[in-house]
Design a protein around this ligand. Structure first.
Ligand SMILES: [Mn+2]
Length: 224
């Protein structure tokens, strides 16, 4: 075996690709995955909020279910959709959730069961993926509240974002808080670059910590 062969085996080692908040932006999602040249040899992780706000949540969910190397954590929008289904509430006619249900048709229950299987966080040992963040005063992620994991920005009783006070070494990768540029700190990376608001869809590639972004085709929703 030549040196070249062994080198190429090393470069073919598994990557982890973590994808920011998609919110139904299927076109940008495919462009981003193409740009990264994602394959079945990559581990894909979504920071959650695959659904709502954007143009085609149904296609994003179908893609997710057909992608066996993808894992998702629950975002607040995914959770809201799931909770309504668990409570047996039918979406109001004409609303985006009603339209999503109509588009998914007979597969709706299967898709909801699929979302039900998503965890609130993924702890790889080296890094932690969570939708919004964590309360920096609670060191053990297993003791974090689901509400904080899915929605935290500025912790109650504090006056700055959670990651300003987060001092652990473990890298936390999150979404939820749309900003113009990814947030990059030694121990926290925020990937929500507001694709659905006309910003960009961003992914992080580990272990090299490379960020890749795709500009969104349009602003599908106004940021409020
Ligand atoms: Mn969110």
């Amino acid at each position: 075996m030549s040196h070249h062969d062994s080198d190429s085996r090393i470069t073919a080692s598994r990557r982890t690709v973590i994808i920011g908040d998609v919110h139904g932006c299927i076109e940008e999602l495919h462009r981003l995955l193409d740009e990264i040249e994602v394959s079945e040899n990559d581990d894909l992780i979504s920071v959650g909020d695959l659904v709502r706000k954007g143009p085609d949540s149904a296609s994003v969910l179908r893609w997710a279910m057909q992608t066996p190397n993808l894992r998702c954590v629950l975002g607040n929008h995914d959770a809201r959709l799931l909770l309504r289904w668990l409570e047996g509430q039918k979406p109001e006619r004409g609303t985006p959730d009603w339209e999503l249900r109509r588009q998914l048709g007979d597969s709706y229950n299967d898709v909801m069961e699929y979302i039900r299987s998503w965890p609130l966080y993924i702890d790889s040992g080296d890094f932690l993926v969570v939708h919004a963040g964590l309360d920096p005063r609670i060191p053990d992620v297993r003791l974090q509240s689901p509400q904080d994991l899915m929605t935290i920005r500025i912790p109650e009783g504090m006056d700055s974002p959670w990651y300003e006070s987060y001092k652990q070494e473990k890298l936390v990768i999150f979404g939820h808080w749309a900003r113009n540029e990814p947030l990059i700190r030694p121990n926290a990376i925020g990937l929500d670059t507001g694709c659905v608001y006309g910003g960009r869809l961003t992914a992080l590639i580990l272990p090299e910590r490379r960020l890749v972004s795709i500009p969104s085709a349009k602003a599908y929703q106004r940021k409020d």
